[in-house]
Design a protein around this ligand. Structure first.
Ligand code: ADP
Length: 296
C-alpha cells in the first residue's frame, strides 16, 4: 500500500554529565544503539499499524545496517528496496545532558548515496504503491526523481525535514506537504509574514501543493486544501518523549490516505498515532499498533 523513500540511521546515544570541550575527554553512561532515521521510522510506524509497507533506502554493509534491516523486518516492512553498500550506514551520535537536551552529530553515510538511479531501478515498488512518502534526509535530487516516478494514480506525501526551500516541481506533487512550525517557516522563507499557523497553511498552499498539513505538537494539527483550513484536535496524553512523533504522524496519515480516507479523517487518525508515540520513550520503540490507537 505504502512506499517510504528515505533515510535509515543508527542512533548512538550516551548520557553525559556535561559535554567535552575541544581536546577534553569526559566519561559518559553506557552506549545504547537504536534504529532510526526518518525513512526507517516512518516505515516501521506504518507497518506496526498494519499497513503493507516497503522502504526504499540505503544502508552500509556493516553491523548498523544489519541492525536496521532486522528492526524493519521485525516490524513487517518489505526490505527488498533497502540497498546495501557504497558507504557506512548513516549514524546520529547523540549526547544527552542531565537537563535532557541533545547534542547531535549526523553522519549521512549511505543515505547520501541513495541516488536518482536507485529510484528508477525501483520502478516495481512505485507501481505497487498507492502512496509514496518521502523526507529530506536523502539527496534532494533523489526526491525530485521520486515525484517523476510516481505511478499514474500514485499520491505523494512529503515531510520536508530537515527543511530547505523546495523546487516547484516537488511542491506541486505534494498531497499533502506536512510541516511542523520550524519546517513551515523555512519552506516559506521570506513569505512567512505571519505568526498564525492558519496563515502558514494558506501561504504554503499558494506555493503549489494540492494540500498542506501543519502539525502543532500538543495543539494537534491544521489541514488545508482548496476547500479551506480545518483544525484537527490533538488527543490529551501524558507526554514522555516526543522523539519520532512527527514520523509516526506522517506514516499514519499516508497510510490512511492510501486506504481511501479524506484528509481530515486521515489527519485525525494520525493525531492519535502521534499522541500514542509521545507516551513512550524512543522513536520506533514507541510506535503503537492499530489496537493501541483504537484504545486511546
Ligand atoms: P514534529 O515531531 O515533526 O515536530 P509535532 O511535534 O507537531 O511534530 O508532532 C506531530 C503530531 O504528533 C502532532 O500533530 C500531534 O498530533 C501529535 N503530538 C505531538 N506531541 C503531542 C503531545 N504532547 N500530545 C498529544 N499529541 C502530540
Amino acid at each position: 500500500d505504502l512506499l517510504v523513500v528515505g533515510s535509515a540511521n543508527a542512533d548512538l546515544v550516551i548520557d553525559v554529565e556535561r559535554r567535552p570541550a575541544a581536546g577534553e575527554t569526559v566519561l559518559g553512561g553506557d552506549l545504547s544503539v537504536h534504529p532510526g532515521g526518518k525513512g526507517a521510522n516512518q516505515a516501521v510506524a506504518a507497518a506496526r499499524l498494519g499497513a503493507g509497507t516497503a522502504l526504499l533506502a540505503r544502508v552500509g554493509d556493516d553491523s548498523h545496517g544489519r541492525l536496521l534491516l532486522d528492526s524493519l523486518r521485525a516490524a513487517g516492512v518489505d526490505t527488498v528496496g533497502v540497498l546495501v553498500g557504497g558507504a557506512p550506514t548513516g549514524v546520529a551520535l547523540i549526547t544527552v545532558d542531565p537537563e535532557g537536551d541533545n547534542s547531535i552529530v549526523v553522519s549521512r553515510g549511505a543515505n547520501a548515496r541513495l541516488t536518482p538511479a536507485d529510484v528508477r531501478a525501483a520502478v516495481s515498488l512505485f507501481l505497487a504503491s498507492r502512496v509514496v512518502s518521502a523526507q529530506l534526509e536523502i539527496p534532494l535530487e533523489t526526491v525530485v526523481e521520486v515525484v517523476r516516478n510516481l505511478s499514474p494514480d500514485g499520491r505523494f506525501v512529503l515531510n520536508p525535514s530537515p527543511p530547505r526551500p523546495l523546487p516547484t516541481e516537488v511542491l506541486a506533487a505534494c498531497d499533502p506537504l506536512i510541516v511542523n512550525e520550524h519546517e513551515a517557516r523555512v519552506v516559506l522563507g521570506e513569505s512567512c509574514v505571519s505568526e498564525d499557523p492558519a496563515d502558514w497553511a494558506r501561504l504554503l498552499l499558494a506555493k503549489g501543493p494540492r494540500s498542506v498539513v501543519v502539525t502543532l505538537g500538543a495543539e494537534g494539527a491544521l489541514v488545508a486544501d482548496s476547500s479551506g483550513v480545518l483544525s484537527v484536535p490533538s488527543v490529551k496524553v501524558d507526554a514522555v518523549d516526543t522523539t519520532g512523533a512527527g514520523d509516526a504522524f506522517t506514516a499514519a496519515l499516508a497510510w490512511k490516505l492510501g486506504s481511501g480516507a479524506e484528509l481530515p479523517e486521515a489527519a485525525a487518525y494520525a493525531a492519535k498515532v502521534g499522541a500514542a508515540a509521545v507516551t513512550k520513550r524512543g522513536a520506533q520503540e514507541s510506535y503503537p499498533t492499530a489496537r493501541e490507537v483504537d484504545a486511546l
